[in-house]
Ligand binder design. Structure first.
Ligand SMILES: [Zn+2]
Length: 354
């Protein structure tokens, strides 16, 4: 049973009370500034975002700019309620500042859905963080911004995680400075650190050595988007032997990923890999999620929503031999252990600090 507390947007709760948790999702995000960096060309005259537009966006997610404007309350709430009704207990919004993180929207979604929601903090890729961070001083600016977010919060809403922190392929020097600033902030606040790796790159060693330079233990860190390494058995096991935690969070990805026509491995291949890693004893370091963050992933636009994990993938895990204890480890114990706050500076609730 996980110990300690987890910081949700509605306050601290015992880690053991989270229940089924999706460790890397988005509930409110605007990535429209990233379409070009993702290799997509938006239609200059796109019209309404309807089902036909959503269909085209499965091949080319940037074809309609609204697909990347993941800021609608009602369809997200509907899918959160669906996830809760299937047995979901908690969900992590991994949206950083520079992708329009919205604390008030997350608190409202948490109240209305009945789910525990954990909010992220920090900065994404250089393509989006450059507008916020001075070139050369990214490390101290990132550290200061995350610690201020932790201490002061936003209308009483505090982050429960740092991340997703963005790194490109290869990581830029500025991004590695952001990683170091985020790792130092993790050391001093006790917030866990979640890092985005470019899904088609192989940069984990470089990113982890930047973390290691700060003194933060890499066994506390979660590396994201490992689904694209499914099939690279030695690479995955080499990483796991370092002690780092891996997030296989591209399940249910029914659209191309960073380039038209390029898809992550199938859900069945991903589940088979998770089952194998558990059999080999790596279970405590592995988590699964869906990284829902464009409109086409929502049921209103023909997607499977956040409920996909419980409705479809948990049974698929069972078919691959994962036991109910294994399911509990993946979705309850590991997320609770990762999110439980380590000792750090407590956030202030004093009005004089607001
Ligand atoms: Zn990411």
């Amino acid at each position: 049973m996980a110990e300690g507390v987890v910081r949700t947007v509605l306050g601290d709760v015992p880690a053991a009370s989270l229940g089924m948790t999706l460790i890397h999702e988005h509930l409110h995000m605007d990535c429209s500034t990233l379409a070009a960096a993702h290799g997509y060309v938006p239609d200059p005259d796109p019209g309404e975002f309807d089902l036909a537009a959503a269909t085209e966006c499965r091949w080319n997610p940037g074809a309609h700019p609204d697909n990347y404007r993941f800021t609608q309350h009602d369809p997200v709430l509907d899918d959160l309620v669906d996830y809760r009704e299937l047995g979901g207990g908690a969900i992590v919004d991994a949206t950083p500042f520079d992708l329009d993180r919205n604390p008030a929207a997350l608190a409202r979604l948490s109240r209305e859905s009945g789910l525990h929601v954990v909010m992220g903090s920090g900065y994404y890729l250089e393509a989006t963080h450059r507008a916020f961070l001075p070139a050369g001083d990214e490390e101290s600016a990132t550290y200061d911004a995350i610690v201020a977010d932790h201490v002061l919060g936003s209308d009483g809403i505090h982050p429960g995680m740092i991340g997703e922190i963005g790194t490109s392929d290869p990581p830029t020097e500025g991004e590695l400075r952001v990683v170091r600033g985020a790792a130092r902030a993790s050391l001093d606040t006790g917030l866990p650190l979640s890092i985005h790796l470019h899904p088609w790159g192989d940069n984990a060693d470089r990113v982890l050595s930047a973390v290691d330079e700060t003194g933060l233990g890499i066994e506390t860190v979660l590396l994201n988007h490992m689904t694209t390494a499914v099939g690279e058995d030695e690479r995955l096991r080499g990483l796991l032997r370092t002690g780092v935690q891996l997030s296989f969070d591209l399940f249910g990805f029914d659209h191309s990923l960073l380039g038209p026509g390029r898809w992550p491995p199938s859900d069945d291949e991903g589940v088979a890999t998770i089952a194998a890693l558990q059999r080999e004893g790596f279970g405590p370091q592995v988590m699964m999620s869906q990284d829902v963050g464009v409109r086409t992933r929502l049921r209103q636009y023909g997607g499977w929503g956040y409920g996909h994990m419980l409705r479809h993938l948990v049974p698929l895990l069972g078919a691959h031999g994962v036991t109910s204890e294994g399911i509990r480890q993946l979705f309850v114990e590991n997320p609770a252990n990762f999110l439980a706050l380590r000792q750090g500076v407590a956030p202030s609730t004093s009005p004089t600090h607001r």
